[in-house]
Write a protein that binds this ligand. Structure first.
Ligand code: KIV
Ligand code: ZN
Length: 518
């Protein structure tokens, strides 16, 4: 098997715990298939006991993924473990990931159990999972704030009961690199039969130290990193996959170990996760941010032009950021378009290809050069709008410094009826959103509205991300168009459709709403 660092991707579990990052089953499968192409060792596909939707997503992914392990999360509770097994059992390499808490603060306030009770739970529940399969992972939650002697005992019991991966979570992002590395060394020295297990690390980024802590742990002997694409996750997020992978590869001289990731898939995976979760990647984000390989100062530009390595420690091509020399435009044919799509990793069936080509031609009428980023935005947008329930059919706005901003919106409701509404607002987007609200008939709060240009230039596609809030939950939507009002309206409708899907899971009234009657 060799001494490599295993990558355990938890984008679909811990990543999905980011507010507003809710994904539906199809989106989760799409991301899982891309993670498989990226070459992760294990995909943590969800937490099956938490909802029927999560159970369905984990079992679908378990069924479809052939070249990566598929894990489900379970508390140290019999019903969780049984449900998790049901969800992962079809996988080629299934894994059950069992967790309990180990810190006194969690035992007292969260679990409300004594230390001995939690040790008994560990023995019984890891044992229960091990009866189903041989690949059991165990996590003592809040490990980094636990009494080390108690933690060693708990981990020894977990190995005795059948765990073969021991994950050491820095659940609240409290550890710092030297301390966390020393904890891993102490575990290697004090846990009984530790050579039977792989040590894994799971860091949160509350102090911005998740990547540094994970790397310190690898130096100390850990051989699995739990991470997410773009570092999304609970609160400040998890260790970012692209950062640890590229740090291990770029500084192999220091770490001496590598992962099995196909780094050329990193950029595409990052874009896909950002687009499906609505979690915008900050421009200065390491590896995948828009500015990660952009050089502004004259001295830097001059240096890079003379010799790339003067100011670049990684080649952008290595992370899949090569911009094609072929720029498509108005005169490009179907064949060239299809070829470019395939080079970018999109394999569409004939019907989808025809629709994408039609949209490409419309875009080429408005924009002279069509880049890879434009094509990605266009295909992503098409995939998003395919499974909408409320559909935006037409939008027209009147605005200007002497006009009352007014929008007229025509939509197709889930029952097929066509509804038109007009509304005025503080600006064209506000007016459009009010008209859409009038049709869909649900009250939401707009938490965030972001417009970004996909590429440079006055004719660039505008990509809009919105986050809406309803009954304490956040839903996101994204869309790209050369007209930002159209993109804004579509993004809003996508978010409302997500809310509607989720309400259907909860059986709420909104799920049965068609269109508000005029
Ligand atoms: O952060 C954490 O402790 C977790 C565990 C469930 C592994 O996500
Ligand atoms: Zn976590």
């Amino acid at each position: 098997m060799g001494d490599h660092v295993r990558i355990f991707d938890t984008t679909l579990r811990d990543g999905e715990q980011s507010p507003g990052a809710t994904l539906n089953v199809e989106e989760k499968l799409e991301i899982a298939l891309q993670l498989e192409r990226l070459g992760v060792d294990t995909i943590e596909a969800g937490f099956p006991i938490t909802s029927q939707g999560d159970f369905d997503a984990v079992s679908l992914i378990a069924d479809k993924i052939k070249n990566a392990g598929v894990a489900g999360l379970a508390r140290g509770v019999a019903a969780d473990i049984d449900r998790c097994w049901d969800a992962v059992k079809k996988a080629e390499s299934p894994r059950i990931h069992v967790f309990v808490s180990s810190s006194d603060i969690h035992l007292a306030h969260q679990m409300r159990k004594s230390r001995d009770e939690v040790l008994d739970m560990t023995r019984a529940m890891v044992g229960r999972a091990a009866k189903y399969l041989s690949d059991v992972e165990f996590s003592p939650m809040d490990a980094s704030r636990s009494d080390p002697a108690y933690l060693f005992e708990m981990l020894s019991i977990a190995i005795e009961a059948g765990a073969r991966t021991l994950n050491i979570p820095d659940t609240v992002g409290y550890a710092y690199p030297e301390e966390y590395g020393n904890l891993i060394r102490a575990i290697l020295a004090n846990v009984r039969d530790i050579d039977k297990a792989v040590i894994s690390v799971h860091c949160h980024d509350d102090l911005g130290l998740a990547t540094a802590n994970s790397l310190a742990a690898v130096k100390a002997g850990a051989r699995q990193i739990e991470c997410t694409i773009n570092g999304i996750g609970e609160r400040a997020g998890n260790t970012s996959l692209e950062e640890v992978v590229m740090a291990l590869r770029t500084r192999r001289d220091v770490f001496g170990v590598d992962t099995r990731i196909d780094a050329t898939q990193i950029y595409r995976t990052s874009r896909l996760v950002s687009s499906r979760t609505g979690m915008v990647v900050q421009p200065n984000k390491a590896i995948v941010g828009a500015n990660a390989f952009a050089h502004m100062s004259g001295i830097h530009q001059d240096g890079v032009l003379k010799e790339r390595t003067t100011f670049e420690i990684m080649d952008p091509k290595d992370v899949g950021l090569a911009e094609s020399a072929i720029v498509l435009g108005k005169l490009s044919g179907r064949h060239g378009f299809k070829q470019r799509l395939e080079e970018l990793g999109y394999h569409l069936d004939t019907e989808d290809l025809n629709r994408a080509f039609m949209r490409f031609k419309q875009l080429a009428d408005q924009k002279r050069d069509i880049t890879d980023r434009d094509i990605e935005a266009l295909v992503s947008d098409q995939m998003r709008t395919d499974d909408e329930t409320f559909r935006l059919d037409h939008i027209q706005v009147i605005c200007g410094d002497h006009a009352v901003p007014t929008a007229t919106v025509r939509m197709i409701a889930p029952d097929g009826s066509v509804v038109t509404r007009s509304a005025t607002g503080t600006g064209p987007v506000d007016a459009a959103y009010k008209a859409i609200d009038g049709i869909v008939g649900v009250q939401v709060r707009l938490n965030e509205y972001v417009v970004q240009a996909v590429t440079a230039g006055i004719d660039a596609l505008g990509e809009v991300t919105v986050r809406i809030q309803h009954e304490g939950r956040v839903y996101s939507g994204q869309s790209a168009n050369t007209d930002v009002v159209v993109a804004s309206a579509r993004a809003y409708v996508t978010a409302l459709n997500r809310l509607r899907d989720h309400s259907a899971d909860l059986g709420s009234e909104y799920a049965h709403a068609q269109a508000a009657t005029v």
